[in-house]
Design a protein around this ligand. Structure first.
Ligand code: F6P
Length: 532
């Protein structure tokens, strides 16, 4: 049991409180320091974290690192990577790092776990390769051209995001002749339209469904699977061949077996893998099908390197720790209680919803490990979407609205879209991302606005009115996270960085990031209403 004192009683917390109440320099002033960007930039594993547009200086950064040191973080990191029961309310480990740390002689936890992980990884990768190489056939003897993922929450968001990000980076299918990797689709919503709009364009005889559910009890997913089965039967699939078209991925393999899935098409993971941390397990099967085994393993290795970085790098250079601490500074001290995530890469279209679950389901908690009510804010409200589209939608509020919102900008340094002119498109994205970070940080003072209006030839009265509307307060904090390029390895590192960021914050707040009791009540009431 974690018995850390409440975070707001720690001396570093009080120090940060005092620092935040001081009259601190505006980002406009801080950014005049030419060395600032260099001093507040850290790189590792193809990622660069630029904190120059955060409202921090040396004393704040030092106090934040002291907060981490005074908290239970070090102890929690050790417990996580030893496979101890860090998920206190469910009395189990949270061993998602075991899914990407595959060398049994190197791990601190039970080696049997690593053996089981490798066994299942080999199985589902071999299955993915068979699908890619057209070796498995449906009810008419044709190979599969389309794969449909049925699952929700962690059984959807991670794989969906990764497939969108990486499917185009796959070239390994060409190594085996002119084969096309199957298209991968995702249906999470139980609304029949969601399934219908995907399957209506597919050939049933060439469609494979992957039913993903840790519990194998989720009503929405089971209903989608039932309707998918009916769709196949309604298209002349003989009843005894339906299960050729179904794969189950679950921590409840017995139930999948009892439900009629073929044993060879059931891939399992374990209760110590949280849904939102499960893409590294067989839940990643759609991704393995989309990009192939080799690249899937590269994806795991990127996350594994981030695990090493997190455990071994000094905290003032440690990407997840810095990101976690900045989040605490913004949320708890600057009172930016909503956090916007704005990727500037179409490949990261599904990144914000993925992160929403990771952050809000993990750290949206109101009591600490000892069930004492929290005295400080926990997870901010995470929201957003593609930045370039957001600029023409919600960014107005970021610049001039009444809320202080912190932002994570995420962009690619290099892009390899094959479209001619793609470089120009990429440049446009990069320039806009940089411009937004700068505009949010610097804003535009009343004096600057007025002198601009004078130059445009306006009269005194008009200037007085317009200047008020055209002034930007600035001082809105943002981080810029740059990926060298989109590769499986770098995406793996990015995701593991965010996983550990969430863990860092939970350790400092002394809350359990690995349970999600808050989603149970609604499920129960829905079931009761059904039974009434
Ligand atoms: O309702 C939330 C949740 O419990 C998530 O934590 C989980 O990722 C999702 O449902 C799906 O659960 P399952 O994989 O068991 O179907």
């Amino acid at each position: 049991m974690n018995t850390a004192p409440p975070v707001h009683t720690l001396s570093a917390w009080k120090n940060l409180q005092a620092l935040s109440e001081q009259n601190r320099p505006h980002l406009r002033e801080l950014l005049k320091d030419k060395n600032r960007t260099q001093a507040l930039k850290w790189s590792a594993m193809g990622l660069e974290l630029d904190l120059s547009c955060q409202r921090i200086d040396e004393p704040v950064l030092t106090a934040l690192v002291e907060l981490a040191q005074e908290s239970a973080l070090q102890d929690q990191i050790e417990r996580l990577f030893q496979g101890q029961k860090v998920n206190t309310s469910e009395q189990r480990a949270a061993l998602h790092p075991a899914l990407r740390n595959l060398e049994a002689n190197k791990v601190a936890w039970n080696k049997e776990i690593t053996q089981a992980v490798n066994f299942e990884l080999d199985r589902f990768c071999a299955f993915a390769q068979k699908i890619r190489h057209q070796e498995l056939k449906g009810y008419t003897g044709e190979h599969f051209t389309d794969v449909v993922n049925l699952g929700i929450g962690g059984s959807d968001l991670g794989p969906r995001m990764c497939v969108q990000a990486l499917a185009n980076t796959s070239d390994s299918s060409q190594a085996h002749g002119p084969l096309q990797a199957p298209r991968v689709h995702f249906v999470s919503n139980v609304d029949a339209w969601a399934l219908y709009k995907v399957v209506r364009d597919l050939d049933p005889s060439r469609t494979l469904f992957i039913v993903q559910s840790k519990t194998f009890l989720t009503q929405e997913t089971l209903l989608l699977a039932e309707s998918a089965k009916e769709w196949l039967l309604g298209h002349a699939c003989p009843p005894d061949k339906v299960n050729l078209h179904f794969v189950a991925v679950t921590a409840n393999a017995q139930l999948a077996l009892e439900s009629g899935y073929q044993e060879s098409q059931i891939f399992k993971f374990w209760d110590w893998v949280g849904g939102r941390y499960s893409v590294w397990s067989a839940i990643g099967l759609p991704l393995a099908i989309a990009i192939g085994e080799e690249k899937f393993r590269e994806f795991l290795s990127g996350a594994q390197e981030m695990d090493d970085h997190f455990q071994r790098t000094p905290w003032d250079h440690n990407l997840p720790i810095l990101l976690g601490l900045i989040g605490i500074w913004n949320n708890n001290f600057l009172k930016a209680t909503t956090h916007n995530v704005a990727p500037y890469s179409y490949l990261l279209s599904h990144f914000t919803p993925y992160l929403q679950q990771l952050e809000m389901e993990s750290n949206g908690k109101g009591v600490d490990h000892g069930t004492n009510p929290m005295q400080v804010n926990t997870s901010p409200i995470v929201w957003g979407g593609l930045g370039i589209d957001g600029q023409h939608a919600y960014f107005q509020l970021l610049h001039q609205g009444s809320h202080l919102v912190s932002v994570d900008f995420i962009g690619l340094k290099k892009d390899s879209c094959p479209l001619s002119h793609a470089q120009e498109h990429h440049e446009c994205l990069v320039l806009n991302m940089k411009a937004q970070a700068k505009a949010l940080a610097q804003g535009r003072s009343l004096e600057d606005t007025q002198s601009e209006l004078v130059q445009s030839g306006l009269s005194g009265q008009d200037i007085a009115l317009l200047a008020g509307h055209r002034t930007f307060r600035g001082n809105s904090p943002s981080s810029s996270i740059w990926l060298d390029e989109m590769t499986p390895k770098i995406l793996g590192a990015l995701m593991a960085m965010y996983e550990h960021k969430v863990f860092v914050q939970a350790a400092i707040w002394s809350i359990n990031p690995f349970d999600q009791w808050g989603v149970e009540l609604g499920k129960k009431i829905a079931q009761q209403l059904k039974n009434d």
